[in-house]
Each structure stands twice: as structure tokens, then as C-alpha cells.
Design a protein around this ligand. Sequence first.
Ligand code: NPG
Length: 369
Amino acid sequence: MKLEAVELIRLNVPLKSAFRTSFSSVNMHEVVWAHAVTDVGEGWAECGANDRPDYSSEYHTGAMAVLREFMLPDLFKLNNDLTAESVAPTLEWIKGHRMAKAAIETSLLDAQLRSTNTSFASYLGATKDRVPAGVSVGIMDSLDELMEYVHSYLDQGYMRIKLKIEPGWDYDPVKLVRETFGPDLLLQVDANTAYTRNDFDLLKRLDEFNLLLIEQPINEEDMLGHAKLADYIETPVCLDETIISADIARDAIELGAAEIINIKPSRVGGYLESKKIHDVSVAAGIPVWCGGMLETGIGRAANLALAAMPGFTLPGDTSASSRYFETDTTEPFVLVDGHITVPTGPGIGVDPIPEIVDRYAVSREWIKA
Ligand code: NPG
């Protein structure tokens, strides 16, 4: 196919309630979309970069700049030789910027698959038509407030709870949730790098709660530290921020730093790299699950297809639209019996609703070949 133009859209999508992690508290999902126009049709993708470089080094105006200045000019030059599969090799010389790369690759994969009437799910080799949904619960102002949210999510049918933790909000909330909801609740925690190598004894105290996993406890660059922690505690160590490619995943597994892996397509440069991480993990007997970055329907749709691959054996952070938004940017994804249905239509299988995109868009910029 040939890339004719790309529209970069910045949207501010209000969240139903503040989402607090160890790195930020947000009321608004501030996000960038790539809308690709090709000679075979159009495609859509949501870029994972936050508005500030707080989860990773990327941030949304930086992602827009590198797309505008370096990535799109190279892709325009490919003319008719462009395929979704050729994006990563063409942009390989550009160091990092994986979220920007994922956005353009995914929008082109969407266009390509729509043009051949193929869904993301069948392209990726998905084997399920619905996936179990977990929910990520932010850090709260009080334990009472936390309990209200956890109660409500369990009443709605979510199949696993992930608690965000940080120093000062760890042992007590986890203990309360475990004691209140009992030993059968699938429960895990996520620190987003908030601890250090000096906190291993504190983290070991969480062993008594029989957690599914502890996600990214220490600095993302400290792979050896994670391996040492994995030896020291019983709770399986799961890596998120550290795993930026299939090569890094292979190394983390070999070193014993990753007993479980969270795959977020944005973080690793797209769905093609995600599939490689899935394959590396399955070959090594390491379970994977699909993370989330508060995506609207455009990003969520493709994540659901990924989460339907066979190696995704743990519930993901792929919650229903109503977990995040009063009004999603696509037809909402709904929770049925604790599961979300995997889209089967061409490409990502959903379309943005123009009036809603207009309502949330704060800027729209066309970049033409
Ligand atoms: O359900 O989409 C969701 C949120 C899941 O906790 C979640 N995401 O660290 O994994 C994370 C966190 C996140 C959110 C990361 C936004 C980056 C941006």
C-alpha cells in the first residue's frame, strides 16, 4: 500500500474518576491518535504515550514530533512498497520512541487488514472469542474508599483485582482486600518501579497474601535487581516497564528476572513485536497477560485481539469502557460474565464515532506525503 497522509489527533477524554499510580494522578486521558490514510483505505491507532514522560521516557507531544519529523517522511518514501510489516525495519535506525512507532505501525496494520477483510484477532492467531477481564485499582485516599471500589468492581463481575501500590500504600491495603474477599480472589499488585533494592524485606511481607504476581517493583533498568528479588520472595515477579522488546524479554527470562510478563503493545513498539514476546514467553513456559494504558475503544479493541492469543493465560487490564469513561470514543466494550468479547470485524473491528472525536479533540494536524 501507499501512505498518503496521516492525521495526528490530540484528545482529552475525561475519566470517570481520578486514576492514581505511584507516578501520577490523572482525571483526563490525554492521548494522541494516528489516523492513516492510504491508497487501500484508512486505519486508526491510539498512541500509548502519556502527556508527561512519567511512565516511560515518551510523552505525547514528543511522539507527535518524532512522527512528524522522522518517521512519516521515511514511510512516505516507501511509496507502494509500504506494508505494516515493513514499518519496523524502515524505522529501525530511530532509537527508542517505541510508542510512536507502535502508533503508526498499528494504524497501517488496521488499514491493511481492513482492506483484506481480516480481523486483528485472526491476523495474530487468536484462539478465544472472549477474554477474562481484570481491573486495575488506583491508589486511594483511604482504605474505606478502596474497599468501595473493589466491592463495586467485584459486583460487576471483574475476575481479578490489581492494586496499585507504593511505599506507604502496600501491606495494609493488600491485607484488607485479601481478608475481606478471601483466599479465592485473584489478586495482584503493581508498583510501577516505586521500590528499590533496599525494600526487599518489605516486599517479602506481601508473600503471606498469596498474590498472583508483583508487577515491576523496582527501576525498569535494574534487571539484575529483579532477578535477585525473584529469588528472595515467593510472589512471582512480573515485568512491565523493563520489557521493551522480544530480545529484552528473552534476557529477562533467562536471568530469572521475569517469572511472568505484562505485554503492552505500545510499550514494545507494536503488535508484531508483542507477538514475538508472546512466542518467546510461551517457548520458555512464562505466562503473559495484556496490560492497559487507559485506552479508549480504538486502543482497547486491538488489545483484546492480542489478549485472545493462546499464551495469555492470566486476566488482563482489559476492562470494560465503563471502568474508565462515561462516553467511549467507539461503541463501548461491555463486561459479560467477567469477560469482554474480542472484535471480529475487519482490522481493529471498531470505528471512532465522529461526534465524540470532535467533542474530545483538542488539536488535529494533517501531515501529507
Ligand atoms: O486498565 O488501562 C487500564 C489501566 C491499567 O494500571 C494500568 N495501567 O502501569 O500498567 C500501568 C498503568 C498505566 C496507565 C501505565 C497509564 C501507563 C499509562
